[in-house]
Design a protein around this ligand. Structure first.
Ligand code: GLC
Length: 441
């Protein structure tokens, strides 16, 4: 085993709390939804059973109504704000009351396809599959009850890209008053210049207060939220996850389940296509309150490639857009267009590179025939770690590691890249799951 693989595995083991992995013990001491999806794939490269445990443990926090929360508070820790008492969700396992970017079913499929012990993989997937089906039904029913084809995200934390400049406009509608006293823990351990501003946090907590005030009732949250956007990343990731779940459903599910996923996917594909901006050469998120596009170029705008929602001419245009971005930075993919005045290369989701987003974008380009660009993105993701280690995020100009060190999902993706190789080739519909049980790599 190479030193690098050993180091990545050691990072996951160090952050392992027994069945779940904390993203980083000093900043995020609980289980996070999409972090665990990527971590499960990382574990899958050397211990598939432990990878399945990660998903099982996350699903222990699933609500009766199907929601898979963005944080599950399995064990107490006092170094994170807002903790369980602020959320006040009254679940038997304490959780937050919102969800997060729904990559879970895609990660589960990846884990299942790559597991060497097929009997174990089948048995473990059979346990997980019903929870994934309920989660996807929750998305359809509570976040797109009128069947527009776009699901709503009601909190910047749900998008996973908390302080993206895409949310500046919609977030400006959210008052800064809070019922809850804000006691930030993050800025004690990470340079505040790399974190969201105080005014962002006031609005984040205002939303939590408002949702707690309607007892986390999904319909009332959707109606009352002063923040309601269709994140292009979340929608593209959900579309991809729908298709991965359909592929798994061939073996583990029923025809009506697959039909519901297929119908929703058709609606989503059509609605995502309408978020394309041909002049800008990128997909935009949509402000659902203003019913208008949010004209900010972000890395999420490339994710319809991963979702399988971009025809060839749009893929080519996205490649050209990323080429322009590449001429401004040393490493890909910055989270915000480097030409945008709101680009800040060190502040969290306003410019830095995130390995997990890179991984999806690279696979999206590869699936559309842009393999040189896909290889470049993978090579950059690897080079950033070679240079600096498993940091939470990286400066696109010089690769400086930012946020927290020894970060679980960065290590997880490094393991996946080191194992699958740097030439991604899967597309959402190219399914080894439908035709054989052999690993797809
Ligand atoms: C931050 C990130 C989010 C991630 C979480 C835990 O909140 O914005 O995407 O899931 O940290 O790593």
């Amino acid at each position: 085993m190479s030193d690098r693989i050993a180091a990545a595995q050691a990072t996951l083991r160090a952050n392992d709390r027994g069945g779940y992995t904390v993203p980083n013990p000093h900043i995020y001491p609980f289980q996070w939804n999409w972090d665990s999806a990527f971590v499960a794939m990382g574990f899958g490269t050397f211990n598939a059973a432990r990878g399945f445990d990660e998903i099982d443990t996350l699903l222990k926090g699933q609500w009766e109504n199907g929601l898979v929360p963005h944080i599950v508070f399995h064990a107490p820790a006092d170094n994170y704000f807002p903790g369980p008492s602020v959320w006040g969700t009254n679940q038997s396992v304490p959780t937050s009351g919102i969800t997060q970017c729904p990559v879970l079913a895609s990660a589960a499929r990846h884990l299942w396809e790559h597991a060497p012990d097929r009997a174990l993989a089948d048995a473990r997937m059979a346990q997980i599959y019903p929870g994934l089906i309920r989660y996807h039904a929750w998305w359809r029913q509570t976040r797109d009850p009128h069947g527009t084809g776009l699901v709503a995200t009601l909190h910047p934390w749900e998008t996973g890209s908390d302080n993206s400049p895409a949310w500046d406009g919609p977030l400006a509608r959210v008052p800064t008053e809070t019922v809850t006293e804000i006691i930030r823990r993050d800025t004690g351990v990470v340079d505040p210049a790399m974190r969201p501003h105080a005014h962002d946090y006031q609005r984040y907590i205002h939303l939590v207060d408002a949702f707690r005030g309607v007892a986390w009732d999904p319909a009332r949250m959707l109606a009352a939220s002063p923040f309601r956007v269709a994140d292009i990343g979340t929608n593209a990731v959900l579309l991809r996850a729908n298709q991965d779940l359909m592929a798994l459903g061939e073996r583990f599910g029923t025809a009506p389940e697959r039909a519901a996923l297929a119908a929703h996917s058709d609606q989503m594909r059509a609605a995502i296509a309408r978020q394309w901006d041909s002049a800008a050469g990128i997909f935009y998120a949509r402000d659902l309150i203003a019913d208008a596009p949010i004209r900010v170029g972000t890395s999420a705008g490339f994710l319809p490639l991963w979702g399988g929602a971009a025809p060839p001419h749009q893929a080519a245009s996205l490649a050209a857009t990323l080429g322009r971005w590449a001429s401004k930075v040393a490493y890909l993919v910055p989270s915000t267009d480097p030409d945008d005045p709101r680009y800040e290369p060190r502040r969290y989701w306003r410019g830095p590179i995130w390995s997990v987003v890179n991984w999806m974008i690279a696979r999206g380009f590869a699936a559309h025939g842009h393999s040189a660009l896909a290889r470049r993105i993978d090579a950059d993701t690897r080079a950033l770690v070679t240079k600096n280690g498993f940091w939470e995020y990286f400066d696109p100009r010089d690769g400086t590691g930012l946020g927290g060190p020894d970060f679980s999902w960065t290590a997880g993706i490094d393991l996946v890249l080191g194992t699958d190789g740097a030439t991604p080739a899967t597309s959402p519909s190219a399914s080894s799951a439908q035709t054989s049980a052999a690993p797809a790599c």
